[in-house]
Design a protein around this ligand. Structure first.
Ligand code: F0G
Length: 454
Protein backbone atom coordinates (compact mmCIF):
# COMPACT_ATOMS: atom_id res chain seq x y z
CA UNK A 1 0.00 0.00 0.00
CA UNK A 2 1.30 3.47 -0.86
CA UNK A 3 -0.89 5.50 1.48
CA UNK A 4 0.44 5.81 5.01
CA UNK A 5 -2.84 6.09 6.88
CA UNK A 6 -3.48 7.51 10.34
CA UNK A 7 -2.72 4.43 12.52
CA UNK A 8 -5.66 5.10 14.84
CA UNK A 9 -9.41 5.50 14.64
CA UNK A 10 -11.46 8.20 16.28
CA UNK A 11 -13.52 7.44 19.39
CA UNK A 12 -14.26 10.94 20.63
CA UNK A 13 -14.48 14.07 18.52
CA UNK A 14 -14.36 17.83 19.03
CA UNK A 15 -16.52 19.80 16.59
CA UNK A 16 -14.85 22.58 14.62
CA UNK A 17 -16.72 25.84 14.08
CA UNK A 18 -16.80 26.97 10.47
CA UNK A 19 -16.49 30.72 9.95
CA UNK A 20 -16.60 32.91 6.85
CA UNK A 21 -13.69 34.92 5.51
CA UNK A 22 -15.58 38.13 6.35
CA UNK A 23 -16.02 36.99 9.96
CA UNK A 24 -12.37 36.05 10.25
CA UNK A 25 -11.23 39.42 8.90
CA UNK A 26 -13.24 41.11 11.67
CA UNK A 27 -11.97 38.74 14.35
CA UNK A 28 -8.36 39.29 13.30
CA UNK A 29 -8.84 43.06 13.27
CA UNK A 30 -10.30 42.86 16.79
CA UNK A 31 -7.22 40.83 17.85
CA UNK A 32 -4.97 43.63 16.48
CA UNK A 33 -3.72 41.14 13.87
CA UNK A 34 -2.02 39.06 16.56
CA UNK A 35 -2.96 35.39 16.18
CA UNK A 36 -2.23 34.73 19.88
CA UNK A 37 -5.14 37.12 20.58
CA UNK A 38 -7.73 34.94 18.82
CA UNK A 39 -10.12 32.69 20.67
CA UNK A 40 -9.34 29.11 19.62
CA UNK A 41 -13.09 28.61 18.99
CA UNK A 42 -12.62 30.88 16.00
CA UNK A 43 -9.76 28.81 14.56
CA UNK A 44 -10.51 25.98 12.14
CA UNK A 45 -7.10 24.29 12.02
CA UNK A 46 -4.76 25.26 14.82
CA UNK A 47 -1.12 24.82 13.85
CA UNK A 48 0.19 27.35 16.37
CA UNK A 49 2.06 24.66 18.28
CA UNK A 50 2.47 20.92 18.73
CA UNK A 51 2.98 21.51 22.47
CA UNK A 52 0.33 20.20 24.84
CA UNK A 53 -2.10 19.85 21.94
CA UNK A 54 -1.82 16.07 21.37
CA UNK A 55 -4.88 13.85 21.32
CA UNK A 56 -4.55 11.39 24.18
CA UNK A 57 -5.34 7.73 23.55
CA UNK A 58 -8.09 5.67 25.19
CA UNK A 59 -5.36 4.02 27.27
CA UNK A 60 -4.07 7.39 28.43
CA UNK A 61 -7.56 8.46 29.51
CA UNK A 62 -7.93 5.13 31.31
CA UNK A 63 -4.57 5.73 33.03
CA UNK A 64 -5.87 9.13 34.17
CA UNK A 65 -8.52 7.31 36.23
CA UNK A 66 -5.81 5.24 37.91
CA UNK A 67 -3.84 8.33 38.96
CA UNK A 68 -3.03 8.39 42.66
CA UNK A 69 -3.14 11.86 44.15
CA UNK A 70 -1.19 11.17 47.33
CA UNK A 71 1.16 13.99 48.29
CA UNK A 72 4.11 11.64 48.78
CA UNK A 73 5.02 8.20 47.47
CA UNK A 74 2.30 7.99 44.80
CA UNK A 75 2.38 4.82 42.65
CA UNK A 76 1.70 7.15 39.71
CA UNK A 77 5.21 8.51 40.26
CA UNK A 78 6.69 5.00 40.22
CA UNK A 79 4.93 4.22 36.94
CA UNK A 80 6.13 7.52 35.48
CA UNK A 81 9.69 6.96 36.68
CA UNK A 82 9.79 3.43 35.25
CA UNK A 83 8.41 4.56 31.89
CA UNK A 84 11.01 7.33 31.61
CA UNK A 85 13.85 5.08 32.73
CA UNK A 86 12.84 2.38 30.23
CA UNK A 87 13.84 4.85 27.50
CA UNK A 88 16.28 7.15 29.26
CA UNK A 89 18.56 5.36 31.68
CA UNK A 90 19.18 8.20 34.18
CA UNK A 91 19.64 7.70 37.93
CA UNK A 92 17.37 10.57 39.00
CA UNK A 93 14.07 11.46 37.32
CA UNK A 94 12.53 14.66 38.67
CA UNK A 95 9.02 15.59 37.45
CA UNK A 96 8.18 19.23 36.65
CA UNK A 97 5.03 20.94 35.43
CA UNK A 98 6.57 21.52 31.99
CA UNK A 99 9.88 21.72 30.18
CA UNK A 100 10.79 25.29 31.09
CA UNK A 101 10.45 24.48 34.80
CA UNK A 102 13.09 21.76 34.39
CA UNK A 103 15.30 24.33 32.63
CA UNK A 104 14.74 26.91 35.36
CA UNK A 105 15.85 24.44 38.06
CA UNK A 106 18.87 23.21 36.12
CA UNK A 107 20.21 26.67 35.25
CA UNK A 108 19.50 28.00 38.72
CA UNK A 109 22.03 25.37 39.83
CA UNK A 110 24.65 25.46 37.07
CA UNK A 111 24.14 28.87 35.41
CA UNK A 112 25.10 32.26 36.79
CA UNK A 113 27.06 35.36 35.73
CA UNK A 114 30.09 34.63 33.56
CA UNK A 115 28.91 31.12 32.61
CA UNK A 116 28.51 30.13 28.95
CA UNK A 117 26.30 27.31 27.69
CA UNK A 118 26.70 26.10 24.09
CA UNK A 119 24.06 24.13 22.16
CA UNK A 120 23.12 23.33 18.56
CA UNK A 121 20.34 25.93 19.06
CA UNK A 122 18.71 26.80 22.36
CA UNK A 123 14.92 26.96 22.32
CA UNK A 124 13.70 30.40 23.43
CA UNK A 125 12.64 29.36 26.96
CA UNK A 126 15.99 27.59 27.42
CA UNK A 127 17.81 30.73 26.34
CA UNK A 128 15.53 32.81 28.59
CA UNK A 129 16.23 30.61 31.62
CA UNK A 130 19.98 30.66 31.01
CA UNK A 131 20.05 34.43 30.54
CA UNK A 132 17.87 34.98 33.62
CA UNK A 133 20.76 33.65 35.74
CA UNK A 134 23.22 36.05 34.10
CA UNK A 135 24.79 33.29 31.98
CA UNK A 136 25.19 33.36 28.20
CA UNK A 137 23.40 30.99 25.79
CA UNK A 138 25.46 30.22 22.68
CA UNK A 139 24.11 28.62 19.49
CA UNK A 140 26.55 26.56 17.41
CA UNK A 141 24.41 25.01 14.64
CA UNK A 142 26.12 23.10 11.84
CA UNK A 143 26.37 25.41 8.78
CA UNK A 144 23.97 23.32 6.65
CA UNK A 145 21.25 24.02 9.24
CA UNK A 146 21.24 27.68 8.24
CA UNK A 147 20.38 27.12 4.57
CA UNK A 148 16.60 26.52 4.33
CA UNK A 149 16.79 24.92 0.87
CA UNK A 150 19.69 22.49 1.54
CA UNK A 151 18.31 18.94 1.76
CA UNK A 152 20.91 17.69 4.30
CA UNK A 153 19.60 14.75 6.41
CA UNK A 154 20.84 16.06 9.79
CA UNK A 155 20.43 19.81 9.81
CA UNK A 156 19.96 19.71 13.59
CA UNK A 157 23.61 18.74 14.16
CA UNK A 158 25.83 20.82 16.41
CA UNK A 159 28.97 22.24 14.75
CA UNK A 160 31.67 20.02 16.33
CA UNK A 161 34.60 22.10 15.06
CA UNK A 162 33.21 25.28 16.58
CA UNK A 163 32.23 23.42 19.74
CA UNK A 164 35.79 22.18 20.23
CA UNK A 165 37.24 25.65 19.66
CA UNK A 166 34.62 27.10 22.02
CA UNK A 167 35.47 24.64 24.78
CA UNK A 168 39.18 25.25 24.31
CA UNK A 169 38.73 29.02 24.57
CA UNK A 170 36.13 29.21 27.31
CA UNK A 171 37.28 26.32 29.51
CA UNK A 172 36.17 27.10 33.04
CA UNK A 173 33.17 29.22 32.07
CA UNK A 174 31.25 26.26 30.59
CA UNK A 175 29.14 24.21 33.04
CA UNK A 176 27.63 21.93 30.36
CA UNK A 177 27.18 21.31 26.65
CA UNK A 178 23.59 20.95 25.40
CA UNK A 179 21.92 19.54 22.32
CA UNK A 180 18.25 20.02 21.39
CA UNK A 181 16.61 17.07 19.63
CA UNK A 182 15.03 17.72 17.28
CA UNK A 183 16.23 21.28 16.76
CA UNK A 184 12.92 23.14 17.01
CA UNK A 185 14.25 26.65 16.37
CA UNK A 186 16.20 25.36 13.36
CA UNK A 187 13.17 23.81 11.61
CA UNK A 188 12.46 20.61 13.59
CA UNK A 189 15.58 19.05 12.11
CA UNK A 190 17.27 16.00 13.66
CA UNK A 191 20.79 15.52 14.99
CA UNK A 192 22.49 12.28 13.99
CA UNK A 193 23.51 9.67 16.55
CA UNK A 194 27.12 10.14 15.41
CA UNK A 195 26.88 13.88 16.03
CA UNK A 196 25.30 13.41 19.47
CA UNK A 197 28.00 10.86 20.32
CA UNK A 198 30.86 13.12 19.21
CA UNK A 199 29.39 16.13 21.02
CA UNK A 200 29.13 14.02 24.20
CA UNK A 201 32.71 12.82 23.80
CA UNK A 202 33.95 16.36 23.29
CA UNK A 203 32.07 17.60 26.35
CA UNK A 204 33.47 14.76 28.45
CA UNK A 205 36.99 15.26 27.14
CA UNK A 206 36.80 18.82 28.48
CA UNK A 207 35.24 17.61 31.74
CA UNK A 208 31.79 19.06 31.01
CA UNK A 209 28.34 17.58 31.54
CA UNK A 210 26.38 16.71 28.41
CA UNK A 211 22.66 17.58 28.66
CA UNK A 212 20.01 16.71 26.07
CA UNK A 213 16.88 18.84 25.60
CA UNK A 214 14.83 15.80 24.61
CA UNK A 215 11.41 17.33 23.80
CA UNK A 216 11.09 15.58 20.41
CA UNK A 217 13.35 12.61 21.09
CA UNK A 218 11.18 10.00 19.33
CA UNK A 219 10.95 12.04 16.13
CA UNK A 220 14.73 12.51 16.24
CA UNK A 221 15.27 8.75 16.72
CA UNK A 222 12.91 8.03 13.82
CA UNK A 223 14.97 10.21 11.49
CA UNK A 224 18.15 8.50 12.69
CA UNK A 225 16.58 5.16 11.80
CA UNK A 226 15.53 6.46 8.36
CA UNK A 227 18.62 8.41 7.42
CA UNK A 228 21.75 7.38 9.30
CA UNK A 229 23.95 4.67 7.79
CA UNK A 230 23.93 1.52 9.92
CA UNK A 231 20.78 2.44 11.90
CA UNK A 232 18.07 1.17 9.53
CA UNK A 233 17.44 -2.24 11.04
CA UNK A 234 17.34 -1.09 14.65
CA UNK A 235 14.25 -0.61 16.82
CA UNK A 236 13.58 3.08 17.57
CA UNK A 237 13.57 2.24 21.29
CA UNK A 238 17.20 1.10 21.06
CA UNK A 239 18.20 4.27 19.23
CA UNK A 240 16.45 6.35 21.91
CA UNK A 241 18.36 4.52 24.63
CA UNK A 242 21.64 5.09 22.80
CA UNK A 243 20.92 8.82 22.50
CA UNK A 244 20.37 9.22 26.23
CA UNK A 245 23.02 6.76 27.45
CA UNK A 246 25.55 9.30 26.12
CA UNK A 247 24.21 12.08 28.33
CA UNK A 248 24.62 13.15 31.96
CA UNK A 249 21.15 14.60 32.11
CA UNK A 250 18.15 15.82 30.16
CA UNK A 251 15.37 18.37 30.24
CA UNK A 252 12.01 17.39 28.80
CA UNK A 253 8.63 18.79 27.92
CA UNK A 254 6.11 15.94 28.09
CA UNK A 255 3.80 18.23 26.08
CA UNK A 256 5.67 17.09 22.98
CA UNK A 257 6.94 13.50 22.63
CA UNK A 258 4.98 12.02 25.53
CA UNK A 259 1.48 12.77 24.17
CA UNK A 260 0.58 14.64 27.36
CA UNK A 261 -1.26 17.93 27.67
CA UNK A 262 1.04 19.04 30.49
CA UNK A 263 4.25 17.89 32.20
CA UNK A 264 7.98 17.57 31.94
CA UNK A 265 11.04 16.38 33.80
CA UNK A 266 14.64 16.95 34.65
CA UNK A 267 16.82 13.82 34.70
CA UNK A 268 20.35 13.67 36.06
CA UNK A 269 23.00 11.10 36.89
CA UNK A 270 24.97 13.12 39.43
CA UNK A 271 23.70 12.48 42.97
CA UNK A 272 24.77 15.81 44.43
CA UNK A 273 23.26 17.88 41.60
CA UNK A 274 20.05 15.82 41.78
CA UNK A 275 19.79 16.42 45.52
CA UNK A 276 20.08 20.17 44.98
CA UNK A 277 17.59 20.01 42.10
CA UNK A 278 15.04 18.24 44.32
CA UNK A 279 15.48 20.89 47.01
CA UNK A 280 14.84 23.60 44.45
CA UNK A 281 11.90 21.58 43.11
CA UNK A 282 10.29 21.56 46.55
CA UNK A 283 10.71 25.34 46.73
CA UNK A 284 9.26 26.07 43.29
CA UNK A 285 7.24 23.13 41.92
CA UNK A 286 6.27 20.57 44.56
CA UNK A 287 7.32 17.41 46.32
CA UNK A 288 9.65 15.18 44.23
CA UNK A 289 7.00 12.51 43.61
CA UNK A 290 4.66 14.93 41.81
CA UNK A 291 6.69 18.04 40.92
CA UNK A 292 3.91 20.44 40.03
CA UNK A 293 1.71 17.82 38.38
CA UNK A 294 -1.31 15.81 39.45
CA UNK A 295 -0.71 12.07 39.91
CA UNK A 296 -3.01 11.44 36.95
CA UNK A 297 -0.76 13.55 34.70
CA UNK A 298 2.17 11.30 35.59
CA UNK A 299 0.13 8.26 34.53
CA UNK A 300 -0.85 9.91 31.25
CA UNK A 301 2.83 10.58 30.55
CA UNK A 302 3.84 7.00 31.46
CA UNK A 303 1.35 5.60 28.94
CA UNK A 304 2.22 8.28 26.36
CA UNK A 305 5.87 7.22 26.46
CA UNK A 306 4.87 3.69 25.50
CA UNK A 307 2.89 4.98 22.52
CA UNK A 308 5.31 7.62 21.22
CA UNK A 309 7.95 5.07 20.17
CA UNK A 310 5.44 3.08 18.10
CA UNK A 311 7.03 2.97 14.67
CA UNK A 312 3.73 2.96 12.75
CA UNK A 313 2.84 6.18 14.53
CA UNK A 314 6.25 7.72 13.80
CA UNK A 315 6.04 6.78 10.11
CA UNK A 316 2.63 8.44 9.87
CA UNK A 317 3.88 11.46 11.82
CA UNK A 318 6.86 12.13 9.55
CA UNK A 319 4.79 11.35 6.45
CA UNK A 320 2.13 13.95 7.30
CA UNK A 321 4.72 16.72 7.23
CA UNK A 322 6.45 15.33 4.14
CA UNK A 323 3.06 15.10 2.37
CA UNK A 324 2.21 18.73 3.09
CA UNK A 325 5.78 19.76 2.22
CA UNK A 326 5.78 17.97 -1.14
CA UNK A 327 2.48 19.53 -2.15
CA UNK A 328 3.55 23.01 -1.08
CA UNK A 329 6.77 22.62 -3.08
CA UNK A 330 4.67 21.68 -6.13
CA UNK A 331 2.76 24.93 -5.67
CA UNK A 332 6.09 26.79 -5.67
CA UNK A 333 5.91 27.60 -1.95
CA UNK A 334 9.49 27.57 -0.59
CA UNK A 335 9.85 25.51 2.59
CA UNK A 336 12.68 24.42 4.87
CA UNK A 337 13.96 21.18 3.34
CA UNK A 338 13.65 18.40 4.28
CA UNK A 339 10.45 18.69 6.35
CA UNK A 340 11.05 18.24 10.07
CA UNK A 341 9.49 16.02 12.68
CA UNK A 342 6.83 18.26 14.15
CA UNK A 343 6.22 20.98 11.63
CA UNK A 344 6.51 22.35 8.12
CA UNK A 345 8.40 25.66 8.03
CA UNK A 346 7.51 27.99 5.18
CA UNK A 347 10.14 30.49 3.99
CA UNK A 348 7.93 33.59 3.97
CA UNK A 349 10.82 35.97 3.23
CA UNK A 350 11.41 34.23 -0.10
CA UNK A 351 7.75 33.60 -0.99
CA UNK A 352 6.64 37.16 -0.15
CA UNK A 353 9.84 38.78 -1.36
CA UNK A 354 7.96 42.02 -2.13
CA UNK A 355 7.51 42.56 1.66
CA UNK A 356 10.75 43.77 3.32
CA UNK A 357 11.79 41.92 6.53
CA UNK A 358 11.04 44.94 8.72
CA UNK A 359 7.44 44.81 7.43
CA UNK A 360 7.22 41.21 8.69
CA UNK A 361 6.54 38.87 5.73
CA UNK A 362 6.03 35.96 8.16
CA UNK A 363 3.34 37.85 10.03
CA UNK A 364 1.72 38.82 6.71
CA UNK A 365 1.56 35.15 5.66
CA UNK A 366 0.29 34.00 9.06
CA UNK A 367 -2.51 36.60 8.91
CA UNK A 368 -3.40 35.58 5.33
CA UNK A 369 -3.59 31.91 6.37
CA UNK A 370 -6.13 32.84 9.01
CA UNK A 371 -8.18 35.20 6.86
CA UNK A 372 -8.30 32.90 3.84
CA UNK A 373 -8.51 29.51 5.55
CA UNK A 374 -9.07 29.91 9.31
CA UNK A 375 -5.64 28.34 9.87
CA UNK A 376 -3.54 29.56 12.79
CA UNK A 377 0.24 29.33 12.37
CA UNK A 378 3.18 31.02 14.04
CA UNK A 379 5.65 33.61 12.73
CA UNK A 380 9.24 32.63 13.54
CA UNK A 381 11.23 35.53 12.20
CA UNK A 382 11.73 39.25 12.58
CA UNK A 383 8.77 39.75 14.93
CA UNK A 384 10.05 37.01 17.23
CA UNK A 385 13.78 37.80 17.08
CA UNK A 386 14.14 41.28 15.53
CA UNK A 387 14.10 43.48 18.63
CA UNK A 388 17.67 44.01 19.91
CA UNK A 389 18.72 44.49 23.55
CA UNK A 390 19.67 48.13 22.74
CA UNK A 391 16.11 48.79 21.54
CA UNK A 392 16.95 48.86 17.83
CA UNK A 393 15.39 46.45 15.36
CA UNK A 394 17.03 44.32 12.68
CA UNK A 395 15.87 41.52 10.38
CA UNK A 396 16.11 38.00 11.84
CA UNK A 397 18.26 35.40 10.01
CA UNK A 398 15.12 34.01 8.36
CA UNK A 399 11.44 34.89 8.18
CA UNK A 400 9.65 31.59 8.61
CA UNK A 401 6.08 30.55 9.34
CA UNK A 402 5.78 27.35 11.33
CA UNK A 403 2.88 24.99 10.63
CA UNK A 404 3.23 22.84 13.76
CA UNK A 405 1.23 19.63 13.68
CA UNK A 406 -0.52 18.60 16.89
CA UNK A 407 -0.02 14.85 17.42
CA UNK A 408 -2.87 12.52 16.28
CA UNK A 409 -5.30 15.45 15.97
CA UNK A 410 -5.81 16.19 12.28
CA UNK A 411 -6.44 13.87 9.34
CA UNK A 412 -5.24 13.85 5.76
CA UNK A 413 -8.25 15.87 4.63
CA UNK A 414 -7.21 18.60 7.07
CA UNK A 415 -3.74 18.43 5.51
CA UNK A 416 -5.29 18.75 2.03
CA UNK A 417 -7.25 21.77 3.20
CA UNK A 418 -4.06 23.44 4.46
CA UNK A 419 -2.45 22.93 1.05
CA UNK A 420 -5.57 24.26 -0.68
CA UNK A 421 -5.41 27.41 1.44
CA UNK A 422 -1.84 27.97 0.24
CA UNK A 423 -3.03 27.51 -3.35
CA UNK A 424 -5.65 30.25 -2.81
CA UNK A 425 -3.06 32.57 -1.26
CA UNK A 426 -0.69 31.84 -4.12
CA UNK A 427 -3.14 33.56 -6.50
CA UNK A 428 -3.12 36.81 -4.48
CA UNK A 429 0.38 36.52 -3.06
CA UNK A 430 1.80 39.71 -4.58
CA UNK A 431 -1.12 41.75 -3.28
CA UNK A 432 -0.41 40.83 0.35
CA UNK A 433 0.92 43.75 2.38
CA UNK A 434 3.22 43.94 5.35
CA UNK A 435 2.48 45.17 8.87
CA UNK A 436 3.84 47.69 11.31
CA UNK A 437 3.81 47.23 15.06
CA UNK A 438 1.80 49.94 16.81
CA UNK A 439 2.40 48.65 20.36
CA UNK A 440 4.66 46.00 21.87
CA UNK A 441 5.45 44.76 25.38
CA UNK A 442 8.92 45.10 26.93
CA UNK A 443 9.97 41.53 25.99
CA UNK A 444 8.71 38.49 24.01
CA UNK A 445 6.79 40.87 21.81
CA UNK A 446 5.31 38.27 19.46
CA UNK A 447 2.87 37.08 22.15
CA UNK A 448 1.21 40.45 22.67
CA UNK A 449 2.22 42.94 19.94
CA UNK A 450 -0.52 44.93 18.20
CA UNK A 451 -0.18 45.43 14.48
CA UNK A 452 -1.58 47.68 11.74
CA UNK A 453 -1.67 46.51 8.13
CA UNK A 454 0.32 48.71 5.76
N1 F0G B 1 12.67 22.96 24.48
C1 F0G B 1 12.15 22.91 23.26
C2 F0G B 1 13.00 22.40 22.12
C3 F0G B 1 10.83 23.31 23.02
O1 F0G B 1 10.33 23.24 21.78
C4 F0G B 1 10.04 23.77 24.12
C5 F0G B 1 8.67 24.22 23.91
C6 F0G B 1 10.62 23.79 25.40
C7 F0G B 1 11.94 23.37 25.54
C8 F0G B 1 9.86 24.25 26.60
O2 F0G B 1 8.91 23.32 27.00
O3 F0G B 1 6.71 24.50 26.72
O4 F0G B 1 6.92 22.49 28.19
O5 F0G B 1 7.92 24.64 28.89
N2 F0G B 1 8.20 24.52 22.77
C9 F0G B 1 6.83 24.92 22.47
C10 F0G B 1 6.71 25.19 21.00
C11 F0G B 1 6.28 25.99 23.33
O6 F0G B 1 5.63 25.70 20.57
O7 F0G B 1 7.63 24.90 20.24
P1 F0G B 1 7.54 23.76 27.72
Amino acid sequence: MKTIIEPFRIKSVEPLRLTTEEERKGLLRDAHYNLFGLSSDDVLIDLLTDSGTSAMSAKQWAAIMLGDESYAGSPSFRRFEQAVRHLMPFRHIIPTHQGRAAEAILFHLIGGPGRKIPSNTHFDTTRGNIEATGAEAIDLPAPEGLDPAAPHPFKGNIDLTRLEAFLRENGDAVPCVMITVTNNAGGGQPASLANIREAAELAHRFGKRFIVDGCRFAENAWFIKQREPGQQGRPVVDIVRDMFALADGMTMSAKKDAFANIGGWLALNNDDLAERARTRLIQTEGFPTYGGLAGRDLDAIAQGLVEIVDEDYLAYRARTNAYIGERLATLGVPIVQPTGGHAVFVDARTWLSHIPPLEYPGQALACALYEVGGIRACEIGTVMFGRQPDGSEKPAKMDLVRLAMPRRVYTQSHADYVVETFAEISGVRTSLRGYRIEWEPSALRHFAARYKPL
